[in-house]
Design a protein around this ligand. Structure first.
Ligand code: IZC
Ligand code: ZN
Length: 454
């Protein structure tokens, strides 16, 4: 097999049409954010019940330039193309060869950009050290901060480009990328700028999030009022600077016992919202810390991790799900797995309570060094007891909603971005079923073939 990643240069390039034919299944994810029993509804069109992949009733997807034109039976799609006045002969056939078609995967929680690596912590944890214990002794996030501050823009961009290539090869077409390894204004701005530029470069769309409140940096730790002084630095110096730069779409805080309290997180996220950065948060990753409750209270776009939320926190997210401001629960099972944690996110409880669930990699050098969303789907099935269909929803339409992109990405519907993956398996249940296998055959981003492993 030859894998060809054809990245870069999407701006200014106009693809013409593609007609994706020969799929055994097309999971359209049409119909918006999913919750409760609908979490597992992937709005699938299958060829077998339409007379086989060669039949005029078999499902196809048509894209024109950067958008989806139509999805449905070949007959209906050709009619729709004609109805739009588009030239059918300029739609190049793309043969899925009996594979499965899904929207491009959306990874709504990554720490894409950092210097260095932390493989040493794996050994420390195997010998019994705790995550927060390693952080308190100056390791963990703080060791990545030292390496990141020492890295220039070029080095960070080269690192980001390489990992984005990995993500693309695993079927991811849109990501969120947090800062949070600079922890001073200049370094945070550098991370946000590089994330923004990598998104412009393409083909993956990159949405930058400001995470200045990821940890208290070493220069503040030596002060008796260190945490509070750093929170004031975030509020008075970093947030205005980040707002003036204009790159960050979201603001995030590591709301966790021993890191930032719910009260400190609220002050930061409310100030950020006033600057136009929508709130999302690291909520109750390790211990119940009021993160889920805060996410519901401030109408966060998403509450992430939820490895150990309180019952009240789950109830608050369930109430939010019934309101006009549903908070997406973004679960990160690769992290609990890699930390060998004794808690995992209560995915079944959340789904049964009607909370919309998304999945992300949490790609970072300490607790989840994997760029692979398919691996995350496997871990969600095995450790969170989500069904394969629920995981696919979580990695597409619900993840897009967690990023405020529900009307652009995460589903195959007319008008949405033409972001899709052809998987070399005959049904979507096999995507999490072969962990570690390379199942991506073709990736299309904004109507262009950007990975071709056929
Ligand atoms: O570098 O340890 N939990 N932030 C919050 C992380 C994990 C990333 C890290
Ligand atoms: Zn994270």
């Amino acid at each position: 097999m030859t894998l060809r990643i054809i990245s870069g240069g999407r701006r200014g390039f106009e693809a013409e049409g593609l007609l994706v034919v020969g799929a055994a299944e097309i999971h359209t994810m049409a119909g918006g954010l999913r919750r409760g029993p609908a979490q597992g509804d992937t709005a699938v069109l299958d060829a077998a019940s339409a007379g086989g992949p060669g039949s005029p009733d078999a499902p196809v997807v048509a894209t024109w330039q950067s958008r989806i034109v139509a999805v449905g039976s070949r007959r209906a799609v050709e009619r729709a193309i004609a109805g739009e006045g588009l030239p059918l002969e300029r739609f190049a056939p793309l043969d899925a060869d009996g594979g499965t078609v899904t929207p491009g995967l959306v990874d709504p929680h990554t720490h894409l950009l950092f210097g260095g690596s932390r493989e040493g912590e794996l050994l420390l944890r195997q010998r019994g050290a705790g995550y927060l214990e390693i952080l308190a002794s100056g390791g963990g996030i703080l060791s990545t901060v030292a390496a990141t501050r020492a890295a220039d823009e070029e080095a960070l961009a080269a690192h980001g480009r390489a990992w984005l290539g990995e993500m693309l090869a695993h079927g991811t077409t849109t990501i969120e990328a947090k800062s949070g390894y600079g922890l001073d204004l200049a370094s945070e701005l550098r991370l946000l700028e590089v994330a923004h530029q990598l998104g412009r470069e393409g083909p993956i769309d990159v949405l930058p999030t400001y995470l200045g409140a990821h940890a208290v940096p070493a220069e503040f730790r030596v002060r008796p009022d260190g945490t509070e002084a750093y929170v004031r630095n975030v509020l008075e110096e970093q947030l205005p600077g980040v707002a003036a730069q204009g790159r960050a779409r979201f603001c995030d805080v590591f709301c966790e016992e021993g890191v930032f309290t719910a009260g400190q997180s609220r002050r930061i996220l409310e100030a950020a919202a006033a600057y136009g950065m929508a709130p999302r948060l690291h909520a109750d990753e390790l211990a119940p810390s009021g993160g889920a409750e805060l996410a519901a209270e401030i109408h966060a776009a998403s509450a992430d991790h939820l490895g150990n939320p309180s019952e009240e926190g789950i109830a608050a997210l369930a109430d939010a799900a019934r309101s006009d401001h549903p908070v997406v629960a973004t679960l990160l099972p690769a992290t609990t797995w890699f930390l060998m944690a004794d808690h995992v996110a209560p995915a079944r409880k959340l789904i049964e309570a009607g909370v919309p669930v998304a999945l992300g990699t949490d790609f970072n050098p300490g607790t989840s060094p994997t760029p692979s969303m398919p691996l995350v789907l496997t871990l969600a099935c095995l450790t969170l007891k989500m069904t394969p269909s629920e995981t696919l929803t979580a990695a597409t339409v619900n993840a897009a909603h967690a990023l405020g992109l529900g009307d652009q990405a995460g589903s195959l519907e007319p008008g949405r971005q033409a972001d899709l993956v052809i998987w070399r398996v005959p049904n979507a249940a096999q995507i999490p079923y072969w962990p570690g296998a390379d199942l991506v055959r073709t990736v299309v981003k904004r109507g262009r073939i950007v990975v071709d492993a056929s």
